[in-house]
Design a protein around this ligand. Structure first.
Ligand code: GDP
Ligand code: ZN
Length: 461
């Protein structure tokens, strides 16, 4: 794979904004070392061996003013993240000093990197494929250890290899067909169509297996939208507080999070729950109760999981019954809380109202039954894939959509063959499948898609 050096040299701050012990300013491109050397006082960076770190100072060449004391890593192509020359300047944390160094680099010839541009170069220079690039983004946003494991598997190229193998098998069949079309006198039509059918069925099964992982993959990636519902005073806030307790809360930097549509993430046994409309929960006793309820209704409809809380120490009310009915078609946990008090709800009443789930008996006050809630959440979503951490999970809509299209092309291949269509027409559908799979890895992806995909990255990645 030749190294592309036609790109200009880019620079960005690669550590998150804000106060930190150190910040890193990263340069990539064939002028990276030269630009760094221009503002660096210390060893001559142009002469140092690759992959070495050097102590010195950043100095403005115009004013001769010292900006910061730094450690500079010099990494020459091709064994770098972008496959270009890369320089990383470790400077003292803080927004102002770090920005000054970046400004200086821009003044002496670097260009400000666009979001995701370092990763984009790694892709364009052939170091990683699109599924790996996407996994870089997933890693940055990983919400639990499991999300991270899936992203790491993908970064290792596991999905890439799988797709690559599928494409390889399809192209072998396509070559066979080509031979057959070129030499019709062989009269191998029947053998070819039999081979093609077998291959289409087999590849379709492998695509199906991948697609079946999509739901879990998506949950790991995006979180499971969860709504805690129940009438006032049943214990929703108490449950929420338990879930948000200590190490369970996940800090995110999702943009646009407002107080109005509050979203909080918690890690329950490796399942990232996205608790929706927690504001609605806090508000119910408030005078904005009405707004809260309307909003809760919406959140409820959009939720992947409903946690319905009932107060076992009071008879079921009309409101309880309405909520039971409203949520009956959704994935749901039914919690019978306050079991430390004398019971006023009989479980047979729930059955009579059509509740199929076994209710989980809890006393949040006594901290009992809470482990059962966590276990049920885990079982509901990861029961089948408990010990499959090495497995490949398809996790984003782009990949899922393309797999579905590839699968549809194979359905056309099979029905075409069954209808005795000429083999060169069937070949078109088989080729379409091959192309769709190529879009997943980026071997066959349109430019605008690549641009759009990388623009979703954070700055400096
Ligand atoms: P929400 O209105 O549904 O959010 O309910 P809260 O979580 O605010 O709880 C309402 C009241 O019930 C509070 O006084 C809680 O301390 C109390 N509570 C919550 N869970 C339990 C429980 O399991 N047992 C008892 N006895 N009281 C509870
Ligand atoms: Zn970010």
């Amino acid at each position: 794979m030749p190294i592309v050096t036609e790109y200009d040299t880019i620079a960005a701050i690669s550590t998150p904004p804000g106060e930190g012990a150190i910040s890193i300013v990263r340069l990539s491109g064939d002028q990276a070392v030269k630009i760094a050397e221009h503002v660096f006082k210390g060893t001559n960076l142009l002469k140092v061996p690759s992959h070495t770190i050097h102590y010195g100072h950043i100095v403005d060449p115009e004013t001769k003013r010292e900006l910061d004391e730094v450690m500079v890593s010099v990494m020459r192509a091709p064994k770098t993240f972008t496959r270009e020359d890369v320089v990383e300047i470790n400077c003292h944390g803080g927004i102002v000093p770090t920005n000054k160094i970046l400004q200086l680099l821009l003044a002496v010839g670097a260009r400000m990197a666009e979001p995701g541009e370092f990763t984009k170069r790694a892709f364009l220079n052939g170091r990683i494929d699109l599924t790996q690039a996407e996994s870089v983004m997933d890693l940055i946003r990983a919400k639990t250890d499991r999300s991270m494991q899936v992203a790491l598997n993908q970064l290792d190229g596991n999905l890439q290899h799988l797709i690559h193998n599928l494409r390889h098998d399809i192209s072998e069949v396509l070559v066979q067909v080509e031979v057959n079309i070129d030499y019709p006198e062989y009269d191998e039509d029947e053998i070819t169509s039999k081979l093609m059918r077998e291959k289409a069925v087999e590849v379709q099964a492998r695509i199906d297996a991948l697609l079946s992982t999509a739901q879990q993959g998506k949950i790991l990636r995006e979180g499971l939208a969860t709504a805690i519902v129940g009438r006032p005073n049943v214990g929703k806030s108490s449950l929420l507080n338990y879930l948000l307790h200590e190490d369970k809360a996940i800090v995110t930097d999702v943009a646009g999070t407002t107080r109005d549509v509050l979203e909080e993430y918690v890690n329950v046994q490796g399942v990232p729950l996205k608790l929706v409309d927690t504001a609605g929960i806090h508000d119910t006793e408030d005078k904005v109760e009405k707004i809260g309820v309307a909003r809760s209704r919406q959140a409820l409809a959009a939720a992947d999981l409903i946690i319905l809380v009932l107060d076992a120490s009071e008879p079921l009310t009309a409101e309880d019954q309405a909520l039971i009915k409203d949520t009956q078609d959704q994935k749901r946990l039914v919690i019978l809380n306050k079991t430390d008090l004398p019971a006023r709800i009989d479980q047979s009443e729930l059955a009579a109202l059509g509740v199929k789930e076994d209710p989980i008996l809890t006393s949040i006050k006594d901290q009992s039954g809470l482990a059962a809630i966590e276990q049920q959440i885990k079982d509901l979503f990861f029961g089948g894939i408990e010990n499959r951490q090495q497995d490949i999970l398809v996790s984003n809509n782009r990949q899922i959509g393309l797999l579905q299209q590839a699968k549809a092309s194979l359905t056309d291949v099979i029905s075409g063959l069954d209808a005795q269509m000429p083999i060169d027409l069937v070949q078109i559908d088989m080729t379409a499948c091959w192309e769709k799979l190529g879009e997943i890895t980026g071997e066959n992806a349109p430019d605008e898609l690549i641009t759009q995909l990388f623009s979703q990255f954070c700055l400096g990645k």
